[in-house]
Design a protein around this ligand. Structure first.
Ligand code: PLP
Length: 341
């Protein structure tokens, strides 16, 4: 048995999802002709109470499009210093949008109005790039899936918008966050100008992300998607998986959280660990004792059929997902109990 905890992107479509995919009616989506893509975009926009949704191949693309349509070159955006948009999108903020970035410390990555306030540039000083957008991430991947409360989101959004700043949300794992706080997508939608959500993480679709936005910005978003090479043709086969994911796979995220919390509980008692980040959702990140190299640790796990990834100096990350079931949890627990150094 192999328990693959490297990421929640390793899931494969289930037979029921495959059935929905191969029976989907399709057309050329660049002409707007794909009924299944249209259905997915309408479904998502309605869930969030936003005007429009744009189906894209990846969450990197939806983040990059969202940020580019809300900013002008040479402006500055504000985000947490470990944000995916900054750390893990191949320099796209510079390449696609010509932006400067102000990085904040945050509280487990959650940035506050106070911290934003002291990092807004003086618009009358030509030395300083014009601050134009605040980007939040929820859940925050570098902080083991830390969650913003709705109240925290509201405070940041109200404060920022009052100053004329735009709001983008990297919601690659937003449904994990909503599972914890008990809020609905509708409650979150109104606080942002653009929202990116991923269908290919915890929701189990093979490919796909959506950018939620306004009627005023959607043609700009579609134009930008085209220029990035994200205009897909009979994409309805993929959109069908996305519809299935949104309709069937949100409710079960709590199971991923339960399994992650069992792993968290066990790992924090191990002698080979010095610290474990709080695990509120489906991500467990821990720091190994200095005497053990990350490579040695990971290869020992791999030998016993458990896969995880290095996530920083001495850091290891495990992510639970749809294909990590109780049998995989039992196997992982027994391996973690057995290994010694
Ligand atoms: C995975 C992820 C994305 C998007 O990644 P893609 O692999 O491009 O779909 C964006 N933000 C966060 C926080 C992520 O974890």
């Amino acid at each position: 048995m192999t328990a693959d905890l490297r990421s929640d992107t390793v899931t494969r479509p289930t037979p029921a999802m495959m059935e929905a995919m191969h029976t989907a009616p399709v057309g050329d989506d660049v002409f707007g002709d794909d009924p299944t893509v249209n259905r997915l975009e309408k479904l998502a926009a309605e869930m969030f109470g936003m005007d429009e949704a744009v189906f894209c191949p990846s969450g990197t693309m939806t983040n990059q499009i969202g940020i580019s349509i809300l900013t002008e070159p040479f402006q500055e955006i504000i985000c947490y210093k470990g944000a995916h948009i900054y750390r893990y999108e191949g320099g796209g903020l510079a390449g696609n949008s010509q932006l400067s970035v102000r990085l904040l410390e945050g509280n487990r990555g959650r940035i506050s109005p106070e911290e934003i306030k002291s990092n807004i540039n003086n618009i009358r000083d030509p030395h300083q790039p014009i601050t134009s957008l605040v980007a939040l991430e929820n859940t925050i991947v570098r902080e083991a899936g830390a969650v913003y409360s709705l109240q925290q989101i509201k405070q940041v959004s109200d404060f920022s918008r009052n100053l004329g700043l735009k709001m983008h949300l990297d919601g690659a794992r937003l449904f994990n966050a909503l599972t914890v706080t008990g809020n609905t997508p509708l409650e979150v939608g109104s606080y942002f100008d653009t929202i990116s959500i991923c269908l290919s993480k915890g929701l189990g679709a093979p490919v796909g992300s959506l950018l939620l936005t306004s009627a005023a910005l959607v043609s700009k978003a579609r134009r930008r998607r085209k220029s990035l090479g994200g205009g897909m043709r009979q994409a309805g086969f993929l959109a069908a998986a996305g519809i299935y994911a949104l309709e069937k796979n949100i409710g079960r995220l709590r199971e991923d959280h339960r399994r992650a919390s069992i792993l968290h509980e066990l790992i924090q008692r191990k002698s080979w660990v010095t610290s474990v980040m709080p695990a509120e959702t489906n991500i467990v990140i821990f720091t190994l004792d200095d005497k053990i190299s990350t490579e040695e640790f990971l290869s020992k796990l791999e030998y016993h059929g458990v896969r995880a990834v290095a996530f920083g100096p001495q850091q290891v990350r495990m992510v639970t997902h749809l294909d990590f079931k109780d049998e995989h949890l039992d196997h992982t627990v027994s391996v973690l109990n057995k290994i010694t150094f």
